[in-house]
Design a protein around this ligand. Sequence first.
Ligand code: TYD
Length: 213
Amino acid sequence: MAGLFITFEGGDGSGKSTQIAMLAERLRALGHDVRSFREPGGVAAGDAGERIRDILLDPVNADLGVRAELLLYEASRAQLTEQHYRPALDAGAIVLCDRYADSSVAYQGYGRAVLPVAEVQELNRIATGGLVPDLTLLLDVDAASGLAQATSAGADRLEAAGREFHERVREGYLEIARAEPGRVKVIGRAPVEQVADEIWSHVQPLLSRIGRE
Ligand code: TYD
């Protein structure tokens, strides 16, 4: 793989999208080819990934079972990985993802607390063909303030899942970070510019790898 695969993770309302936009701008200013994606989702209105996203986030689907939910997230991920992440990485691009496989481990595994985490990891492996990020930035905020931030515009299906669920998601993320400290960097709440600088301190050392593998 010639490019660089960087994923952003964290609870709802952790400020990922702002940081992704800032990082993308910084990288583009250096002349890098940057492609941004978000999960669940696709690349154009009405495509399969965006339609899966609609199903997953619609509060109307409150009775969606844990397995169906997980498989829909994995379907969206499988499609993006095969059609977009891998080709972009092969072309030497920097791929930035707003959520990836760790989201399923944290939300469907630790959060729902029904399926064994190992099963979720196995499905991630199947959906992605084993594509693992070079770097994962975990924006860690306490569940209460993140949720307050996220739901000020009205709660989607996941945001409506309750405080305890979101506490488990946060703990799950921290567990993932403890298990893979080389890949996953935990970034605490701080002013936007400070978070951006911390992110940059993790990204910059990886830039020399691009195009060499
Ligand atoms: P979104 O509106 O994109 O939220 P955010 O800005 O917080 O990323 O909604 C995505 C929701 O889907 C979010 O609540 C997390 C959840 N999710 C999972 O539960 N499992 C997954 O595998 C992914 C990718 C997301």
